[in-house]
Write a protein that binds this ligand. Structure first.
Ligand SMILES: Cc1cc2nc3c(=O)[nH]c(=O)nc-3n(C[C@H](O)[C@H](O)[C@H](O)COP(=O)(O)OP(=O)(O)OC[C@H]3O[C@@H](n4cnc5c(N)ncnc54)[C@H](O)[C@@H]3O)c2cc1C
Ligand SMILES: NC(=O)c1ccc[n+]([C@@H]2O[C@H](COP(=O)([O-])OP(=O)(O)OC[C@H]3O[C@@H](n4cnc5c(N)ncnc54)[C@H](O)[C@@H]3O)[C@@H](O)[C@H]2O)c1
Length: 491
């Protein structure tokens, strides 16, 4: 079919996760006629199986850990009893309380037409919608945003079909049926999901083994961050097997548990488990809704240009589907560009700004980073100066019993311009915000140093690292002269 002369909608958005919701909202806010189509639960991965349930679980685990370590504050508490069904009820309740933020009602009130059903592209301008119990109907649109997200990667490892494995999509329902946390839990993949869940389940009573193919956990983070995370997890009893690659599975005949064969530099080993969670990355959800037939998808990948346009410039993509960063805040960031470029691209279009992408991993102590890490700067041959501050020296951290971690700041040699920051420490995800803001606004460490920070707060660490940079750049000649001047003044 050729391009229609008239369109039913200015824009159609497929998928109501973080990217789709924001894309639809922005479109409605600028008065476009917009339809948002969702085949599953409103809110997508983040609300239903990702950020929200994982952070709710992490909070339960944190409380258990606080109780277990309360004695150091002079508070005697017996070993906490974990009521696992109640933990999972907190997870469920958190989702339910946040659900209204992403609901059909909320978005309808914002001017978005929300349709529940499965979308498929029939041609580059026509979307078919299939709803259970009703006939397929079709809508044409001048622009289309694809925001169908990603799904857990499940590699075709021999024997995997003999194992009742879990992923971040299935674990919540399965674990909601359990009386207690699994006894022997294996987490395959030492990335963000693997690390967060390993610590949480260890704190909730599981014996956890975390397996990572690379030589260190979180291989994309700074090497000192990986080392700090390994120390934190091991200190809480998580068995770490880095440099171990999953080779094959051998499920128990009763369908419960099994064994995983791993290869390391010395040979092969076997580890057994009651439950295994695959956390091996997430693949873009590109299949089964017409993209292959249109030639938008090649080998399961959906290439987009800097404006998030596919090979059909009026069909754009945002969020986990588009990549390369799979974060809720990135999905929302890209959605603005997809909506604006989709609606106004023929007049003016904007390339996505990927220069500053902060991220955090919500283990304890938290990990947060933005810009270049030291390893990336070295790999890319970027000249840098490194300034550190050790959080074990911070008053607030000491009184809170959280005196561990560090801030590493990379700057342009001889200048206070920030190239990147890595933080390990309590509330690192909040601390990093000041650096993200400074970098975005073109402010350097001098500006952070000259800003009043409340005493005693963790945020003072940001000022102290800036102070360390300043001391290293003190004008030595001037200080020598001042010393002489003061001597002279004393007479
Ligand atoms: C365990 C876990 C923890 C995480 N924690 C964090 C965190 O702390 N912070 C963070 O920033 N990120 C986190 N993430 C990542 C975050 O969840 C994702 O980056 C984000 O949800 C991506 O949003 P999205 O809109 O691109 O995709 P999704 O949320 O996956 O939304 C896509 C939607 O499209 C729908 N859909 C698919 N195909 C069709 C179709 N044909 N028709 C209609 N609808 C369709 C799906 O049903 C889905 O609702 C976490 C992820 C996981 C798995
Ligand atoms: N706090 C957060 O922002 C947060 C939390 C969870 C998830 N997420 C998002 O979800 C995405 C997916 O998370 P993830 O942890 O599944 O993926 P990931 O890409 O972060 O980590 C997967 C890990 O599995 C390892 N691996 C791959 N194949 C292996 C094998 N055969 N044997 C052993 N190890 C193997 C990889 O080396 C990698 O380190 C992340 O990239 C992140 O963007 C974000």
């Amino acid at each position: 079919m050729g391009k229609p002369r008239k369109f039913d909608r200015n824009i159609i958005v497929i998928g109501a996760g973080a990217a789709g919701l924001v894309g639809a909202y922005i479109s409605a806010a600028v008065k476009a006629k917009v339809t948002l189509i969702e085949s599953g639960n409103m809110g997508g991965d983040c609300l239903n199986t990702g950020c929200v349930p994982s952070k709710a679980l992490i909070q339960c685990a944190r409380v258990a850990h606080s109780a277990r370590t309360a004695e150091r504050f002079g508070v005697q508490v017996p070993e906490p009893e974990i009521n696992f069904p109640a933990v999972m009820a907190h997870v469920r309740k958190s989702i339910q309380e946040i659900e209204p933020h992403d609901s059909v009602e909320r978005y309808s009130d914002l001017g978005v037409e929300v349709v529940r059903g499965r979308a498929r592209l029939v041609d580059p301008w026509t979307v078919s919608i299939t709803q259970e119990g009703s006939e397929e109907h079709r809508l044409t649109a001048r622009a289309i945003i694809l925001a169908t997200g990603a799904e857990p990667a499940v590699p075709p490892l021999p024997g995997l079909d003999t194992v009742n494995y879990l992923t971040s999509e299935t674990l919540w329902d399965r674990f909601a049926q359990l009386d207690k946390a699994p006894s022997q839990l294996l987490l395959l993949g030492g990335g963000a999901i693997g690390c967060e869940l390993a610590q949480a389940f260890a704190r909730l009573g599981s014996t956890v083994t975390l397996i990572e193919r690379a030589e260190r956990l979180l291989p994309l983070e700074d090497h000192e961050v990986s080392a700090a995370v390994s120390r934190a997890l091991e200190s809480e009893g998580v068995q770490l097997l880095t440099g171990h690659e999953a080779i094959s599975f051998d499920g128990n005949n009763d369908g419960l548990g099994g064994a995983l064969i791993l290869r390391n530099s010395k040979g092969e080993i076997q580890v057994t488990f009651d439950e295994i969670i695959l956390a091996l990355g997430r693949r873009a959800r590109t299949g089964g809704f017409g993209l292959e037939a249109l030639g938008i998808v090649q080998d399961g990948k959906l290439p987009v240009d800097g404006y998030l346009r596919t090979r059909y410039h009026h069909i754009l993509a945002a969020g986990d589907l588009a990549g390369p960063y799979q974060f809720t805040h990135m999905a929302a960031h890209q959605a603005w560009y997809a909506a604006v470029n989709g609606l106004f691209g023929s007049i003016k279009k904007f390339a996505v700004d990927y220069r500053l992408v902060p991220s955090a991993i919500f283990i304890d102590p938290q990990v947060a980073s933005v810009g270049l890490s030291e390893d990336q700067a070295t790999e890319q041959g970027v000249a840098y100066e490194l300034t550190r501050y050790s959080i074990d020296d911070l008053d607030r951290a000491i009184v809170d019993g959280a005196a561990t971690g560090f801030i590493k700041v990379l700057t342009v040699p001889g200048r206070d311009k920030i190239l990147g920051v890595s933080i390990v420490g309590e509330n690192a995800a909040e601390l990093i915000a000041e650096f993200v803001f400074a970098m975005k606004q073109g402010m350097g460490l001098n500006k952070i140093l000259s800003t009043i920070h409340i005493y005693p707060t963790m945020a003072e660490a940001n000022k102290f690292v800036a102070g360390n940079w300043k001391r290293a750049h003190a004008p030595k000649g001037l200080l020598r002269w001042l010393e002489k001047y003061h001597r002279w003044r004393r007479g």
